[in-house]
Design a binder for this molecule. Structure first.
Ligand SMILES: [Zn+2]
Length: 368
């Protein structure tokens, strides 16, 4: 049975292991150790993501139905070093206010451990479980992008990585394009012979005013986030770089924005034939709208209903590993694990909601 005390203890131990993005080794080692001790067949892929199967295919444990993937991420945002969790009343855990708490996503990791342990000790009929704990989720879903999908056979996944109670189901997330534009001009002395130069910063500024910025409609935003260029004040700058993003719940809208930006760049190229303008627009994250007939959604709605919980689908502006899994043909639902104020030093965890999350995930593993 899902055990509150054991779940909370795991959570408290995991949050004390520092694992900001790029520094996940200790957290990965600890999860490998814990999963192994639960008889999970566990390994790390080339990227260092932790993968597991339960039961171990060489064991004699019988399972029911098709496999299900349970996923969380190993990394955290900053400030995430030296986290000191403490109780605020019987049901809330907070940091000391100088760091995040890292319920995002140590809460998800703790839930997965608890579900495996509970299923094992109860000897419950369950689906074959696959486990994926990614690195670098917070810096662009890097682990999920580099995951070795041929190691997996699940067609459905539960990604335990939303805020709020487990009834919080991510119903949509945006299509997200990042861009990187390089303007290469020509340097010249700014005071003596500026006409010999090709002013990269000026050209970049003409580009920037034509790029979509701010809120464009209900479900679409754009942002120029970083500019860099120039070396000294008395030289015509020969380089300028512009980086930004566009996101929309509508694939058509964001693709139209990219196409418009390309046309705009061509106009600037014509106006400045001596400049070289290289632009890279990259769909960093495919968005989605949850289809009620999606097999993962159908399963989770059924499970919530059986536990007398009312699903509360919500569109989030951000993405999770679920976006990437979907792109690899794995129907994925993202559910809440009891955390709030994520990515801030005010982050906190509501224990009964994490406990409910573990019950939901365990029930999903036992439901066909
Ligand atoms: Zn997360």
């Amino acid at each position: 049975m899902i055990d509150r005390e054991r779940l909370v203890d795991s959570f408290l131990e995991l949050v004390k292991i520092d694992s900001p993005s790029g520094e996940e080794d200790l957290m990965a080692e600890e999860m490998v150790r814990r999963l192994k001790s639960l008889n999970v067949d566990v390994w790390e892929d080339d990227h260092g993501n932790v993968l597991g199967r339960y039961p171990d295919p060489t064991s004699s444990i019988e399972t029911i139905g098709s496999p299900i993937l349970l996923s969380a991420h190993l990394d955290t945002v900053e400030p995430g070093k030296g986290i000191t969790p403490h109780f605020d009343g019987p049901d809330i855990i907070r940091s000391d206010g100088t760091t995040i708490l890292a319920a995002d996503d140590k809460g998800g990791c703790a839930v997965i451990l608890e579900v495996v342990e509970s299923i094992q000790e109860d000897d419950s009929n369950h689906r074959p479980l696959e486990i994926v704990l990614t690195r670098g989720e917070e810096i662009g879903l890097v682990g999920a992008v580099n995951l070795n999908y041929s190691d997996l056979s699940s067609n459905i996944a539960i990604v335990i990585d939303a805020g709020g109670p487990p009834t919080t189901i991510q119903s949509a997330s945006p299509y997200y394009y990042g861009y990187d534009i390089q303007v290469i001009g020509r340097a010249a002395h700014a005071g003596l012979e500026p006409e010999k130069g090709v002013p990269a910063i000026r050209i970049a500024s003409e580009i920037i005013v034509g790029l979509p910025q701010g809120r464009l409609d209900d479900e679409t935003t754009g942002n120029v986030g970083i500019i860099s260029g120039g070396h000294v004040v008395n030289a015509v700058p020969d380089r300028c770089r512009i980086q930004g993003e566009m996101r929309s719940m509508s694939k058509e809208t964001v693709e139209l924005l990219v196409a418009d930006a390309m046309v705009h760049l061509d106009q600037i190229r014509q106006a400045w034939p001596d400049a070289e303008i290289d632009a890279d627009f990259d769909l960093k994250m495919p968005g989605f709208k949850l289809d009620p007939l999606d097999p993962a959604a159908t399963l989770i709605f059924k499970v919530l209903e059986s536990l007398e919980m009312i699903p509360a689908p919500q569109a989030f502006g951000g993405g999770t590993d679920g976006n990437i899994f979907r792109g690899h043909g794995i129907a994925s639902v993202v559910i809440g694990r009891g955390g709030y104020e994520q990515h801030t030093v005010d982050e906190y965890l509501v224990i009964p909601e994490m406990l409910d999350c573990a019950k939901v995930v365990e029930t999903a593993c036992m439901t066909l």
